[in-house]
Design a protein around this ligand. Structure first.
Ligand code: NAI
Ligand code: OAA
Length: 309
């Protein structure tokens, strides 16, 4: 089993590292445009194998996609991260071109690959990769929901002083301030969260979650990588091991939730064929209204991409 991770920066290298030490694949190919970066990081991860005890082979490449041939899953993390004061949407001009050229190279060498997009703005970069690859929508998806849900779960765990392992939750919508957390579908060891926390505190956690990426950008001057890299690796693992995990994932909606041709995070079952099923929740009026706002925003940014030609 072979996985390629494009972009050997913060998120890509973290993803490759998690894939290696969890032995998700036999071979992980790391690609970057910057001379020597991918080779160096792949070698560093390989040199760690006797310490962390794994035998996944990690290989680096400076833009030579022949090394990626026959990959079953490809994670695309190449592109600019935002700096303080920027929105994710501000990255579209640069990242749209990068995601386009990378997707073309990937498809040429691994036409059967399932593609996971990480580059921002996430929902619209997933649209871009879908347009370029012409793959079935079940095989081109974006990583955001696992990360956003993890932030929400970790904040709840802290507030309730319980293990984050016991918090289950789902978030929907675009990867940005319009994301839609769903307290109705949040449980703590099977107990509805609303029985354990007061409304004001829960609302504050939801607001912090929506701005969770920005909180880290403010602290570090660039965006997060440990949780994002691990989240992308978790999606790869679900696919390669055919785990049928239930995760929020960004996918093109084609009538689900009454929405056509918009790329949004929704709960799906992830297995060997990529998106095995989109789960349609019975949203109440308030949740529905929030999802519509999120859809409106993603549609606007999709329009910007369309206008770029
Ligand atoms: N979906 C999500 O939840 C998240 C998305 N992101 C996004 O992921 C992307 C990467 O973030 P970081 O790893 O922190 O950035 P980074 O700057 O550390 O790494 C990006 C890498 O992409 C490489 N690159 C640029 N153009 C390339 C090309 N044409 N081919 C191959 N490699 C190329 C750069 O040389 C660099 O090494 C950003 O767009 C960021 O906004 C980051 C965190 C979470
Ligand atoms: O905030 C950013 O720019 C990166 C990202 O998508 C996240 O960490 O959620």
């Amino acid at each position: 089993m072979k996985v390629t991770v494009v972009g050997a920066g913060n998120v890509g290298a973290t993803c490759a590292d998690v894939l290696a030490y969890r032995e998700v694949a036999n071979e992980v190919v790391l690609v970057d445009i910057k001379e020597g970066l991918a080779e160096g990081k792949a070698l560093d991860i390989w040199e760690k194998s006797p310490i962390n005890l794994y035998d996944t082979r990690t290989v680096g490449s400076t833009n030579d996609y022949s090394k990626t041939a026959g990959s079953e899953v490809v994670v695309i993390t190449s592109g600019l991260p935002r700096k303080p004061g920027m929105s994710r949407d501000d990255l579209i001009q640069t990242n749209a071109g990068i995601v386009k050229s990378v997707t073309e190279n990937i498809i040429q060498h691994s036409p059967e690959a399932i593609i996971i997009i990480v580059s921002n703005p996430l929902d619209v970069m997933t649209y871009q990769a879908h347009l370029v690859s012409k793959n079935d929508r079940t095989r081109v998806m974006g990583m955001a929901g696992i990360l956003d849900t993890a932030r929400y779960r970790s904040f709840l765990a802290e507030a309730l002083n319980v293990s984050p392992k016991d918090i289950q939750a789902v978030l929907m919508g675009g990867h940005g301030d319009t994301m839609v957390p769903l307290p109705r579908y949040t449980t703590v060891g099977g107990i509805p969260v609303t029985e354990l926390i007061d409304g004001g505190q829960l609302e504050a956690i939801i607001e912090r979650t929506k701005k969770g990426g920005g909180e880290l950008v403010k602290l570090m001057g660039t965006s997060a990588w440990y949780a994002p890299g691990s989240a992308a690796a978790q999606m790869v693992e679900a696919i390669l091991k055919d785990q049928r995990r239930v995760f929020p994932v960004c996918v093109q909606l084609d009538g689900e939730y009454g929405i056509d041709n918009c790329y949004l995070g929704v709960p799906v079952i992830l297995g060997k064929n990529g998106i095995e099923k989109i789960i349609e929740l019975d949203l109440n009026a308030e949740e529905r209204a929030l999802l519509d706002i999120s859809k409106g925003h993603v549609n606007e940014v999709m329009q910007v991409l369309d206008n770029m030609g």
